[in-house]
Design a binder for this molecule. Structure first.
Ligand code: PLP
Length: 392
C-alpha cells in the first residue's frame, strides 16, 4: 500500500524488482568497464558482449528458446512489429495471407494493418464468449497462401489463455510460421518454444518486474533464421535490429528471467491465492460478471463488469485503486474496449468493467483494501442508479 492507494495494475506495468535494479546499476557503474558490445578490438566491448550472452541464455532458457536467436528490441511492441511484419515480408514470395484474432494487442493489429496497406490480406478470427480463439477456428481461416499466424498466449484484458501447442502443431503441419505474443504470460505460465511449436516469440521485461524499455523477439532456428528488418542502421544483431545494444537493459531482462526461473512456481501459486481472495470478496455483489474464461486464465488477472452502474462513475469511485477499466483511453476519446466487445459485451457493460491485476509486491492487506473500496463503490452506485419501473 502507498499513500496513493493500492497498485493493482501489474498487467499494465510492474514495479522493478530491486534485485533487477541492482544488476542494472552495476552495469552503469564506470568500474564495470563495459564498452560498446559491437567494439571488437578491446576488453570493454568483450565484457559487454559477455554480459549480453549471459542474459540471452537466461531469457532463452526460460522459454526453451535458442540464445543465439534472441533479437533485443526496445519493447514487446517493437518485437511484435519485427516478428509479424519482418517475417511476413521475408516470406512474401510464398503467399500474402495472415491469420490473427480480433482480441490481439494493438501492436499486432496495427502491424497487420500496415501489411494490409502493402497488399497482404489478413483474416481476423473471432473468439468465443470466454475469449478463447479455438484451434478449429484458426484452422478454418487458413488458406493455401497463408504465411503466418499471430496469436497472443494470454489476453492482456481477460487473462484468457490460448491453446498455443495445438495451434502450433497445426501451423507446423502446414509449414506456416506461428508468432506468439507472450508479453502477458512470461513469468505466469510455462513457455516452451520447441514443445509448443512457436516460431517467433515476442516478450518484454516490464510486466514481470523487469525494466521498461527492453523486449525481445526470439526466433526458432529450426524454422526461421531471418526476418526483414523494420529499422535500418548499422549491422548489429545481424542487421535484423540495428542500434547500439543497451547492456544494462539487457542485463535487467536477463536477471528478471533468472528470478522467474527460480521463483515462478511458488510465486504464481501465491498470485492465484490472492486473486481468489479478491474474487471471494466481491463475487456476491449483485450484477457482477466475470469476464474471460473461468479456468483457462492467467493467475494474476481478474476482469469483472458490473450491471447497473455507469463506467465513468465507477472509475471515479475507485480512485484509491490503481486498476484498468474497460475503456481504453486513446488520444482524447475513451472508447469501450474492443476485446470486451468481441466477447459479446455491450458498450455499457464494457465501460463498467474493471481489470484487477496483481503481482510480486501485492499483499493480502492490499487485496482486503481493494475488496472494501470496490464493494463500497458498487453498492453506492447501484443504490443511486434509477430503478427499473414495475409494470402493473
Ligand atoms: N502485447 C500484450 C499482450 C501486452 O499486454 C502489451 C503491453 O501492454 C504489449 C504487447 C506491448 O508491450 P510493450 O509495452 O513492451 O510495448
Amino acid at each position: 500500500m502507498t499513500d496513493s492507494g493500492a497498485y493493482l495494475d501489474y498487467a499494465a506495468t510492474a514495479p522493478v524488482d530491486p534485485r533487477v535494479a541492482a544488476a542494472m546499476l552495476d552495469c552503469l557503474d564506470v568500474q564495470a568497464g563495459l564498452g560498446n558490445p559491437a567494439a571488437l578490438s578491446h576488453a570493454f566491448g568483450a565484457r559487454a558482449r559477455s554480459r549480453i550472452a549471459t542474459a540471452a541464455e537466461e531469457v532463452a532458457g526460460l522459454v526453451h528458446g535458442a540464445a543465439d536467436f534472441v533479437i533485443w528490441t526496445g519493447s514487446a511492441t517493437e518485437a511484435i512489429n519485427l516478428g509479424v511484419i519482418g517475417a511476413a515480408r521475408f516470406r512474401r514470395s510464398r503467399g500474402q495471407h495472415l491469420v490473427t484474432s480480433r482480441i490481439e494487442h494493438s501492436a499486432v493489429l496495427a502491424s497487420c494493418a500496415a501489411l494490409e496497406r502493402e497488399g497482404f490480406e489478413v483474416s481476423y478470427v473471432a473468439p468465443d464468449a470466454d475469449g478463447i480463439v479455438s484451434p478449429e477456428r484458426v484452422a478454418a481461416a487458413l488458406r493455401p497462401d497463408t504465411v503466418l499466424v499471430s496469436l497472443m498466449h494470454a489476453n492482456n484484458e481477460l487473462g484468457t489463455v490460448q491453446d498455443i501447442a495445438a495451434i502450433g502443431a497445426l501451423c507446423r503441419d502446414r509449414e506456416l510460421l506461428l508468432h506468439v505474443d507472450a508479453a502477458q504470460s512470461l513469468g505466469k505460465l510455462p513457455l516452451d518454444m520447441r514443445g509448443q511449436s512457436i516460431d517467433l516469440l515476442s516478450l518484454n521485461a516490464h510486466k514481470a518486474c523487469g525494466p521498461p524499455g527492453i523486449g525481445a523477439l526470439l526466433l526458432n532456428p529450426d524454422t526461421v533464421r531471418r526476418v526483414e528488418p523494420v529499422l535500418f542502421g548499422g549491422g548489429q544483431q545481424r542487421g535484423m535490429r540495428p542500434g547500439t545494444l543497451p547492456v544494462h537493459q539487457i542485463v535487467g531482462f536477463g536477471t528478471t528471467c533468472r528470478i522467474l526461473r527460480d521463483e515462478m512456481a511458488a510465486e504464481t501459486r501465491r498470485f492465484a491465492a490472492l486473486r481468489e481472495q479478491l474474487w471471494e470478496g466481491i463475487r456476491d455483489l449483485p450484477g457482477l460478471r466475470l469476464n474471460g474464461h473461468p479456468r483457462r486464465r492467467l493467475c494474476h488477472i481478474l476482469n469483472v463488469s458490473v450491471d447497473g452502474v455507469e463506467g465513468e462513475s465507477l472509475r471515479y469511485a475507485l480512485n484509491d485503486l490503481a486498476v484498468s477499466s474497460g475503456s481504453a483511453c486513446t488520444s482524447a476519446t475513451a472508447e469501450p474496449s474492443y476485446v470486451l466487445r468481441a466477447i459479446g459485451l455491450s458498450d455499457a457493460a464494457a465501460e463498467a468493467s474493471i481489470r484487477f491485476s496483481l503481482g510480486r509486491f501485492t499483499t493480502a492487506r492490499e487485496i482486503g483494501f481493494a475488496v472494501t473500496v470496490f464493494r463500497a463503490a458498487v453498492e453506492k452506485l447501484q443504490a443511486l442508479a434509477p430503478q427499473p419501473l414495475c409494470a402493473g
